[in-house]
Design a protein around this ligand. Structure first.
Ligand SMILES: Nc1nc2c(c(=O)[nH]1)N[C@H]1C(S)=C(S)[C@@H](COP(=O)(O)OP(=O)(O)OC[C@H]3O[C@@H](n4cnc5c(N)ncnc54)[C@H](O)[C@@H]3O)O[C@H]1N2
Ligand code: MOO
Ligand code: MG
Length: 426
């Protein structure tokens, strides 16, 4: 293990990358995963592995939009307030039935909303403007107003033609997509596999969440946070626990995780301290290293490496830095692996709701709360947002991007914000 005496100089000399450049380096390793069939009711939030083509028109038949009578509009041209035209009712078509006969001049069919319009009929007249009579064992429908052809009928294929592209590959499935797939009889869907993300923490100070507090120790809050973040991003977290600050242990854990999973995320031990073993581990095989410093705060020590084509993202142990590091680097990779086309956090413009005075030579990602007021979006920076602070992560729905060396920002300033996933808190 390192001691202060034998700390090599190069440990301190890190080349800092801009966030955009660091993101470009990691997303190169976001390889698209293979597809898998899932039942339709489990496909929400997944990305299609292949396009969906309509196997039949939708609707599949000319559909009545009203409860009424299907008839030929031309038959009603001589109608008037005092001139009722009577048509013989030759069929009764509830939803789900197939018309028994075609409509010819002088006849009509009683029909319900959603039922198949019979051949020959070119309009449906709603019940409310009709009258009926029985005569000689026959039913008749009477009309006092001329009707237009084409009314209250949805043509076959109005929404989708047979063979039409319904959803392209890479499309994210939500409720509307599920409705379309269900209507077309697509009961299993080929989606891209969820990436398996191995997660472990390093730190001799770490206790399990269910352990009683001990002097000098803290509970491992980053691992469960990362687990939730991976899940939120559509990945499948694989929890590999926490290890003490031991280089040998970390090395074998990283190797095992990279062999088994699509990507590995660690937290802790990436700075220059005596026990920052993850930093050492990545540096010892420096050919694999993508970066170990980024011009951002929090998370300047965020480190990434590639081994066997797989990405190892070593995030800081400081909770704020761990969170921001995930959002900027892990999220786009996990999203791209599933076929997402917009993998980065959406960028919005907001008005700063309170002064922000911290100045930095790196870009700052400030946790903030968004609020819509009078048609305007305001961003309120968290009262405490240091890298080591955990408690205000829960209060934030965005990260304000404060450019480097900005001389402090005043209330009312226009700011760029990265919108975090989820609803705005009330
Ligand atoms: N001499 C220097 N010291 C530090 C520098 C520097 O440039 N020179 N950078 C600072 C910055 S910036 C950060 S950020 C931190 C990064 O620390 P590490 O990533 O090496 O993380 P640790 O040393 O392991 O822990 C830092 C902090 O976070 C707590 N921690 C760690 N793991 C967890 C976890 N799983 N759950 C909750 N909290 C965790 C840990 O106890 C420490 O308090 O370094 C600065 N130092
Ligand atoms: O990495 Mo540290 O979070 O820049 O403060
Ligand atoms: Mg450290």
């Amino acid at each position: 293990m390192n001691s202060r005496q034998d700390t090599p100089d190069h440990k301190f000399h890190r080349k800092a990358l801009q966030v955009k450049e660091a993101q470009a380096r990691v997303i190169e390793y976001a390889k698209l995963l293979d597809g898998e069939e899932v039942p339709l009711n489990q496909s929400c939030g997944r990305f299609l592995a292949e396009p969906v083509i309509a196997p039949h028109p939708f609707p599949a038949f000319n559909r009545s939009g009203m409860d009424g009578y299907a008839l030929i509009a031309g038959d009603t041209k001589d109608c008037g307030q005092d001139r009722v035209v009577w048509l013989e009712v030759v069929d009764d078509i509830p939803c789900g039935a197939v018309p028994a006969v075609s409509i010819t001049s002088g006849t009509a069919a009683r029909i319900m909303t959603g039922a198949q319009v019979p051949e020959g009929a070119d309009t449906v007249v709603m019940l409310e403007i009709t009258e009926t009579r029985e005569e000689g064992g026959k039913s008749f429908v009477g009309l006092r107003k001329p009707q237009q052809a084409g009314r209250n009928i949805t043509q076959e294929g109005f929404e989708l033609k047979e063979g039409e592209l319904v959803l392209s590959a890479g499309w994210k499935i939500a409720a509307g997509e599920i409705a379309a797939l269900a209507a077309l009889g697509v009961h299993t869907v080929k989606v891209l596999r969820r990436p398996k993300i191995g997660i472990f923490a390093t730190g001799t100070e770490l206790l399990e969440v269910d352990e009683p507090l001990q002097p000098g120790k803290i509970r491992n809050s980053n691992s469960p946070m990362l687990e939730a973040l991976v899940r939120e991003t559509g990945g499948e977290p694989v929890m590999l626990g926490a290890i003490i600050d031991d280089l040998e242990l970390a090395r074998s854990k990283v190797q095992m995780a990279l062999d088994s999973y699509d990507m590995v995320i660690t937290t802790g031990g990436v700075s220059v301290g005596d026990y920052d073993i993850m930093g050492d581990l990545v540096r010892e095989n420096s050919g694999d290293m993508l970066f170990n410093k980024v011009t951002m705060r929090p998370g300047s020590v965020t480190t990434a490496a590639v081994r066997g084509g797989k990405l190892l993202l070593a995030l800081s142990g400081n909770p704020g830095a761990c969170f921001v590091g995930f959002q900027l680097f892990a999220r786009p990779v996990i999203s791209l692996m599933q076929g997402a086309t917009l993998p980065f956090l959406p960028e919005w413009t907001a008005v700063l709701g309170a002064d922000y005075s911290k100045v930095n030579n790196y870009t700052r990602y400030v946790r903030a709360r968004l609020e819509f007021r009078d048609g305007c979006l305001y961003a309120y920076p968290a009262a405490i947002d240091e890298s080591s602070v955990m408690v205000t992560i829960k209060d934030s729905d965005c990260l304000i991007v404060v450019p480097p060396e900005e001389r402090g920002l005043s209330t009312g300033a226009k700011v760029r914000v990265l919108k975090l996933p989820g609803e705005l808190q009330g």
